[in-house]
Design a protein around this ligand. Structure first.
Ligand SMILES: [Zn+2]
Ligand SMILES: [Zn+2]
Length: 124
């Protein structure tokens, strides 16, 4: 087993413990509580690498990159007013059936986004 840096482990722990789909800035804030010396650059680099390696998912909504430690294929609902991201549950197999027609293609990750206004914002 490869040994990973404690910074990387901490960032992964943070992402696995939240459903909030945090931005890099928020992951950084969280990471600093446990590791006061961690730099924003380190957080960015690790998030980038984890995304490239397919260990985490990321998607851009309202020009902000959101990171998701949950690798189970699932769509999201994003509120354009408050920016809140909500996980939607959905049959994994069915989502992947969508790409079955693309012969020989292998799925490494997915991002499904529904955009709109959440209930709280709508009722304001
Ligand atoms: Zn909202
Ligand atoms: Zn999610």
């Amino acid at each position: 087993m490869a040994r990973f840096s404690p910074q990387r482990e901490l960032i992964l722990d943070i992402l696995h413990a939240t459903k909030a789909h945090p931005s890099a800035a928020i992951v950084y804030e969280e990471a600093r509580k446990k590791m006061p010396n961690i730099s924003l650059g380190t957080v960015y680099r690790n998030l980038e690498k984890l995304s490239q390696e397919g260990i985490i998912e990321n998607f851009i909504f309202k020009d902000i990159s959101h990171f998701d430690g949950d690798k189970t294929p699932h769509p999201h609902f994003c509120c354009k007013v408050c920016g809140k991201v909500t996980d939607l549950s959905c049959d994994n197999v069915k989502i992947h059936n969508l790409v079955e027609g693309l012969d020989g293609c292998e799925i490494e990750g997915e991002t499904m986004l529904f955009r709109g206004v959440c209930r709280e914002c709508k009722n304001k």
